[in-house]
Write a protein that binds this ligand. Structure first.
Ligand SMILES: NC(=O)c1ccc[n+]([C@@H]2O[C@H](COP(=O)([O-])OP(=O)(O)OC[C@H]3O[C@@H](n4cnc5c(N)ncnc54)[C@H](OP(=O)(O)O)[C@@H]3O)[C@@H](O)[C@H]2O)c1
Length: 243
């Protein structure tokens, strides 16, 4: 069993996921760079290693059972357990996402990645997480999934544009996070949802106003919670985000 704290970040080849990997690596942790594309994954691993991070590549497509099972096996061989899982990988789904115009396949694809993918990866990693003294799971959500904000008077500003696939996928993910927190209550496994703010990445055509490193900060905070930290909550840099 590796004595070093080990984390796995899904979708870590770019954007916020890359910066989460860099931030956790800067703590001296071993960091699995989960990514589906070989070339992009290896480039990210090389860049992280050049920055002094103990990074290792984990081939991982979160929509694929065999890929996810193989990823768990790789982490087990490398570290013997998993201390922190950051479910960061997601897709926006493209356009149109007006409810009356959307292609149902768009909704299916987004939910498959952003929700089912999280369940698939979390459950594959669960035996390894249970071997950790302080397991933490962080689900990268978004305030656009907040029903409170979607239904507020200022929804366009606080909850983004109308998007019937992406926004509800994060609402669904928040609900899933709560279900895990309820089941895992008392086990020491802390699981929370995080909103990174509006970050300039591929996901939004780089229209966001925050840097990926700023977006990564809340995930790093939740990945390093003390044993008496919260579980089943939804946070951004400013504090609790309403469901
Ligand atoms: N950017 C924002 O303003 C913002 C706001 C709120 C929440 N978030 C959330 O923050 C997280 C990171 O987003 P980001 O902005 O950094 O987006 P991004 O730059 O587009 O990165 C998304 C990552 O997910 C990966 N991914 C997508 N589908 C995958 C799959 N099936 N298997 C494995 N990896 C997959 C992508 O890999 P490829 O390179 O192979 O496509 C990429 O590494 C997401 O959960 C997103 O919903 C972002």
């Amino acid at each position: 069993m590796n004595e070093r704290t080990t984390a796995l970040v899904t979708g870590a080849n770019k954007g916020i996921g890359y910066e989460i990997a860099a931030g956790l690596g800067a703590l001296g942790w071993g960091v699995g760079v989960g990514a589906r594309d070989d070339r992009r994954r290896e480039a990210a691993v090389e860049k992280l290693r050049a920055a002094g991070v103990d990074a290792f590549g984990v081939p991982l497509d979160v929509t694929d059972d065999a890929s996810t099972t193989a990823a768990a096996r790789l982490v087990e061989e490398r570290a013997g357990r998993l201390d922190v899982l950051v479910n960061n990988a997601a897709v926006a789904g493209g356009t149109p996402q007006e409810p009356t115009l959307v292609d149902p396949d768009t909704v299916r694809t987004v939910v498959e990645t952003n929700v089912i993918g999280v369940i698939r990866v979390t459950n594959a990693m669960m035996p390894l997480l249970r071997r950790s003294a302080s397991p933490r799971i962080v689900n990268m959500s978004s305030s656009v999934g907040s029903l409170a904000r979607q239904s507020g008077a200022d929804a366009e500003r606080t909850a983004g544009p109308v998007a019937v696939a992406y926004s509800p996928s994060k609402t669904f993910l928040n609900a899933v996070t709560l279900q895990y927190a309820r089941e895992l209550s008392g086990t020491g496994i802390l699981i929370n949802a995080a909103c990174p703010g509006y970050v300039a990445t591929d996901l939004n055509g780089f229209r966001g106003v925050r840097t990926p490193a700023q977006g990564a900060a809340i995930a790093i905070t939740l990945a390093t919670l003390p044993d008496d930290g919260p579980t089943g909550r939804f946070f951004d840099d400013a504090g609790v985000v309403p469901w």
